[in-house]
Design a protein around this ligand. Sequence first.
Ligand SMILES: Cc1ncc(CO)c(N)n1
Length: 222
Amino acid sequence: MAFSTDAWQRNARLIDTIQEMDFNRALSAGTLERDVFKYYVIQDSLYLAGYARALAAAGVKAPDSEAMLTFTGSAQEAIQVERALHASYFEKFGIDPAQVQAAEPSPTCLAYTSYMLGLAETAGYAELVAAILPCFWVYWEVGKRIDAEAGPDNPYRAWIDTYADESFGEAVQAVIRHVDRAAEAAGPDTVAAMHHAFMRSTQYEWMFWDAAWRREDWPVKP
Ligand SMILES: Cc1ncc(CO)c(N)n1
């Protein structure tokens, strides 16, 4: 069985839970509170800055030029496409870019980006790309489901269209191919580390939406 098929099955219940989260149900219905989405967009900007570096690191570690193109290209996309998406929401919600620059990552956002950047520093290509895969794949599945349910005048349409778009789906398929190829070339210890990394990132995906719903903040401050 391909690594990706196996990883998806092992995490199927968790991924179903993500589809049913309050944040995603409310986003789909168009009833998500603006302040909750605003919190999410600011945290996601901070996340994407770290994520883009992790993708660039995967490009450096990639075993062939095709994989290099996929991951360095995705690093650029993470910065460009999503910056544009976020900028449009910043304008819509009256968020000053300086406010984003000054924003502190939530405990969950910092944990997720630190986890990914830790792997970028210390792990090999196979484990790093296994940690990257849920960020693509879970968003694609969530985006497709919400796209099928949400109306054309949903206030979060631009977000939905970004992640339900065929071009995003093609990027997801490319990453799946590279991860499966890495697993085929890997020994059992590395494959086990890949499964762990895929699971951990999927958990962080759940936590990221949960943190936005709760507008998570640091429990103590100086
Ligand atoms: C937290 C998170 N995971 C994945 C994506 C998809 O790129 C995103 N924008 N944010």
